[in-house]
Design a protein around this ligand. Structure first.
Ligand SMILES: [Fe+2]
Ligand SMILES: [Fe+2]
Length: 303
């Protein structure tokens, strides 16, 4: 009789994530005891039910430090503008980067990985345009703003993806993509409605958010990635889960950075980068009006 699937990955120091096909998942801290069955890397086949738990366990572990702050933040329009700029930057080079990684896997004689990455590149094409359209719908100067401003919390994420896709063995780019898409797919209709409520009546500025939420293509992307990762050999699954964890850490640090800013700080930063006053944020007084201390929050709504 076939053994039920059990998968495990050491993600940080002595902490491993262990998952069973039945749905059980737990974190295991390696002790000094001998005979620890999880000390050696797994070598067996994957299964979708256990692989998804490893991947999601990696995200949970990466975000463990800032969960409370995330839950407390309510969206503001200023923060939403920054989130859209961040969404533009995390989308604009995605197809090119994924195609670079695909070409490398073709060279390595892994046509199935190359085909998966080519598909992803196609699916992600044009998403940067959605963010630009949303910015313009809010009366923002789209191109000049994204050309001159990169949210500090987003830059390390973009750099990481770029670096992962340039590696000699770029399997980690799948973990990065999973992390971003999985978090996007958690966004609910109510999250979108909160942002819509901030926008002036009749303004549609949630194209990117809708498509990167539980209502959009992100759900299918996540499902396809889980099935694909589960089909990979054990050493690749280990690398993908480890990179999912590292990307979650980078993302959590970036969020935390942006979450600490007030609306006044955000508007000031944007205006400094742009070199001119911003159009009024849909009724919100600009930074130089000297009031605003509500905390930024909508950056958590986009990835
Ligand atoms: Fe996308
Ligand atoms: Fe996607």
């Amino acid at each position: 009789m076939a053994q039920p699937v059990m998968e495990w990955v050491n993600v940080t120091g002595d902490v491993s994530i262990i998952a069973r096909e039945s749905g059980e998942v737990w974190f295991h801290t390696r002790g000094a005891e001998t005979g620890d069955p999880f000390a050696a890397p797994m070598t067996g086949a994957g299964g979708a039910a256990s692989t998804v738990r490893l991947l999601d366990g990696a995200i949970n572990l990466g975000f463990a430090g800032i969960e409370k702050q995330l839950a407390l933040r309510e969206p503001t329009l200023a923060a939403y503008v920054v989130a859209l700029i961040g969404a533009y930057h995390t989308s604009v080079d995605t197809p090119r980067n994924l195609r670079r990684a695909a070409a490398r896997f073709q060279e390595l004689g892994r046509p199935e990985v190359a085909a998966y990455l080519e598909d992803r590149a196609l699916e992600e094409t044009g998403h940067d345009r959605l963010a630009l359209k949303d910015l313009r719908a809010l009366g923002m100067p789209g191109e000049p703003l994204v050309e001159r401003y990169m949210p500090e919390g987003i830059k390390p994420l973009c750099d990481r993806f770029d670096e992962l896709c340039r590696r000699d063995y770029p399997i980690g780019c799948i973990g990065y993509s999973y992390c971003l898409e999985r978090i996007a797919a958690l966004k609910q209709q109510s999250d979108i409605e909160k942002v819509q409520a901030l926008c002036p009546q009749g303004v549609d500025a949630t194209r990117f958010l809708r498509s990167h939420s539980c209502l959009g293509s992100e759900v299918t992307h996540v499902e396809e990635t889980i099935a694909f990762v589960a089909s990979l050999p054990a050493n690749d699954r280990i690398s993908v889960v480890q990179e999912t964890y590292r990307s979650a850490l980078v993302m959590a640090e970036g969020y935390n950075h942006e979450l600490l800013k007030s609306d006044a700080q955000i508007v000031e930063e944007l205006e400094r980068a742009l070199g001119e006053p911003l159009p009024s944020l849909c009724g919100a007084p600009p930074a130089h009006a000297g009031r605003h201390d509500s905390r930024a929050g909508a950056s958590v709504l986009l990835s």
